[in-house]
Design a protein around this ligand. Structure first.
Ligand code: BV8
Length: 258
């Protein structure tokens, strides 16, 4: 069977899902890289592409940068509080659940499974995936702008954005544009990507770096690759299998592998 199945509808080739199942069944070290698309079917709008709208009309520089926060701390704080409260009414979808099940299956057969997400919604954890690498932080946590205070707060607004330790202003514990990713998390993701034999890319436009560079790292390490996305992204041409579909529908089908 050739290595390239590009949405082939030639009857002599397996359909992309069958080929993806074939790759999954032989994988020992799986690295999963997810973006906002996997949460789209949970009702969280994506930032760009299919289902987009989140950043529509918003200047990223005003809302997702340290400079924007410095200019308008109350407004940015309230915006994140509103997004955090909304998480109280969203649930993982079958795509999140399928990845949690895949982790259990891979780990149960002695393999390794690492999931790194760009998402800040915590839905992978709620679905049961363990040791999630949150590359861009978490909407469900806050930290002090000045001292080391940090706290997981859940899907609630917070009245006083003052640090209980030092009185400085609290901020969302997310990575803004122009900020470094949490280094331990980043190094763990880079290592898992470089060592994997199968890369699964789900629901990302792959335009935000350095996170998107994990795709290049995995491919450079010789991994086979599967993507699940209704739309192509800049790496689609390098994937072994591209499944054009919604992750909440496709990922449960992939689990049909044995
Ligand atoms: C940094 C938290 C430097 C905030 C976010 C090269 C190298 C390094 C940096 C850069 C570089 N080039 C440019 C940069 C700067 C910048 C960057 O990448 N800019 C881009 C826009 C060009 N990067 C940074 O600033 C990063 N920091 O580089 O620091 C540094 C170094 C040393 C010292 C100091 C500093 C930090 C980036 C993190 C920004 N924070 N989020 C918040 O959310 O409020 S990014 C934001 O974009 C989210 O995290 C989001 O997840 C992420 C990526 O987007 P996607 O997840 O891909 O989502 P998107 O909407 O784009 O796409 C959705 C996809 O889903 C689509 O493809 C769609 O088709 C698909 N889809 C839709 N429905 C479904 C679906 N798929 C499946 N099923 C469905 N149903």
């Amino acid at each position: 069977m050739t290595d390239k199945v590009k949405n082939s509808f030639d009857a002599s080739y397996p359909q992309p899902v069958e080929w993806a199942r074939e790759l999954l069944s032989g994988a020992k070290n799986v690295f999963v890289f997810t973006g906002a698309g996997i949460s789209a079917e949970s009702g969280i709008p994506t930032y760009r592409g299919a289902g987009k709208g989140f950043w529509d009309g918003l200047r990223v520089a005003d809302w997702a940068t340290p400079q924007g926060f410095a200019r308008n701390p109350e407004g940015v704080w309230d915006w994140y509080c509103r997004r955090r409260v909304q998480l109280g009414s969203v649930r993982p979808n079958p795509g999140h659940e399928a990845l949690a099940q895949l982790q259990r299956r891979i780990a149960g057969s002695g393999g390794s499974f690492t999931l790194a997400t760009q998402n800040i919604d915590g839905l992978h954890q709620t679905a049961g995936t363990e040791n999630v690498l949150e590359l861009h932080g978490s909407l469900l946590a806050v930290r002090c702008s000045d001292c080391s205070y940090a706290e997981t707060v859940g899907p609630v607004a917070l009245d006083s954005p003052a640090c209980p330790e030092c009185g400085s202003r609290l901020r969302p514990d997310v990575v803004w544009f122009g900020e470094m990713l949490p280094q331990d998390t980043w190094r763990a993701a880079e290592q898992a990507a470089s060592e994997c034999d199968l890369l699964l890319v789900v629901g990302t436009s792959a335009v935000v770096y350095p996170a998107a560079g994990l795709i290049e790292t995995a491919l450079a390490g010789g991994a086979r690759s599967i993507e699940v996305n209704p739309e192509p992204n800049g790496f689609s041409g390098l994937m072994n299998v591209s499944i054009r579909g919604k992750s909440g529908e496709v990922l449960p089908q992939l689990l049909g592998y044995r």
